[in-house]
Ligand binder design. Structure first.
Ligand code: COA
Length: 328
């Protein structure tokens, strides 16, 4: 039987209209545009309004990808929604998106792998498509992180933004599509980025909320070092798995966490800046949405051509990390 891979057939993205600039943050906490720009590369981020929630952006991004793939939602048999900011605890945001899209023949569920969620989703879709268990997959990364951000904590509130990105995947011949993928995690670093409250351990009580335990806590400095090391190692691993070298990569799309992390990884991989995509200045860190938003922006801008070799690498809370290499 001929070898089959999962190919990315179409993409889409969406984000809130609301913009939070560094100047806005200067009025909220003790920070400066100069500090945020030089330490992170971020100039602005999108912020959902009070009535806006994760599935809203997930559905918009998915509709764009579905339209571009020229498929009917009923053809989707696998719907993976990567998110750590679900609409609600039950049911999954994937099921809420499924209903909204009318993707009634899909198995829908969520993945909670933080910023690596989209690459976890691509890896799973690839496995199920390659083994014939799925034929048409919708993988979404969607977050409304700003609702879990403490806007009195300057070390986290400058980083995160909201949005969603989506991809439709289907079988393609073995020379194209996802050539290699690898996902990893290390729960020993769980407290590097976490929200202690809101679950079964501490619950959501008046006390936990008053103490701000539902907000993200982050050891930024520690994460920085692990992120650079993990994203570099996993990039090398997927390149090796596919028998490719970094020289052959046409476009490197890293998770948009911090411009300094991107630069450090690219430097170690020896990928020059002309082959790296960065939108961190416009979006900040949108966790699982960051890679699919970036990918779709590249597609829309004509930066992705048929036959291009695209390397994606991520790192996030958990901690989790992943790498996916695609022949477009
Ligand atoms: N404005 C001004 N000063 C700030 C600040 C802000 N928004 N946030 C922190 N500082 C201060 C700190 O209080 C500290 O002051 P001190 O030296 O007087 O104690 C100083 O800046 C340096 O803090 P540090 O945390 O060492 O800065 P950093 O260079 O590591 O940058 C991050 C902080 C968060 C930008 C950086 O560590 C980072 O991006 N880490 C990765 C985060 C990440 O990717 N998280 C998501 C996982 S995907």
């Amino acid at each position: 039987m001929a070898k089959v891979n999962a190919g990315i057939l179409a993409t889409g993205h969406s984000y809130p209209k609301g913009i939070l600039t560094n100047a806005d943050l200067e009025k909220m906490v003790e920070t400066s545009d100069e500090w945020i720009t030089s330490r992170t590369g971020i100039k602005q981020r999108r912020k959902a309004a009070p009535g806006e929630y994760t599935s809203l952006f997930a559905v918009q991004a998915a509709r764009e990808a579905i339209e571009r793939a020229r498929i009917d939602p009923s053809e989707i048999d696998l719907l993976i929604c990567a998110t750590v900011t679900p609409d609600q605890i039950l049911p999954s945001t994937g099921c809420l998106v499924q209903a909204e899209l009318g993707a009634n023949n899909a198995a829908a569920f969520d993945i909670a792998a933080a910023c690596s969620g989209f690459l976890y989703g691509l890896s799973m879709a690839n496995g199920l498509i390659r083994t014939g268990q799925a034929r048409c997959a919708l993988v979404i990364g969607a977050e409304v992180l700003t609702k879990y951000v403490d806007y009195t904590d300057r070390s986290t509130c400058v980083i995160f933004g909201d949005g969603a990105g989506a991809a439709i995947l289907g079988p393609v011949d073995g020379e194209r599509g996802i050539l290699a993928s690898r996902i990893k995690s290390d729960g020993r670093f769980a407290e590097h980025l976490y929200a202690p409250g809101g679950g079964t351990r501490l619950g959501s009580t008046a006390e936990t909320i008053a103490r701000g335990e539902h907000y993200f806590k982050m050891k930024g400095n520690e994460l920085f070092k692990v992120a650079v090391r993990s994203m570099t190692d996993i990039s090398r691993e997927v390149l090796e798995q596919a028998g490719k070298s970094a020289d052959e990569v046409d476009l490197f799309i890293p998770h948009q966490a911090n411009q300094r992390i991107t630069d450090a990884v690219a430097n170690k991989l020896e990928v020059d800046s002309s082959r790296i995509y960065s939108n961190i200045s416009m979006h900040g860190n949108t966790s699982s949405a960051s890679i699919p938003i970036a990918l779709d922006e590249c597609v829309e801008a004509g930066r992705v051509k048929e036959g291009d070799l695209i390397l994606m690498a991520s790192f996030g809370g958990g901690v989790t990390w992943g790498g996916v290499l695609v022949r477009w």
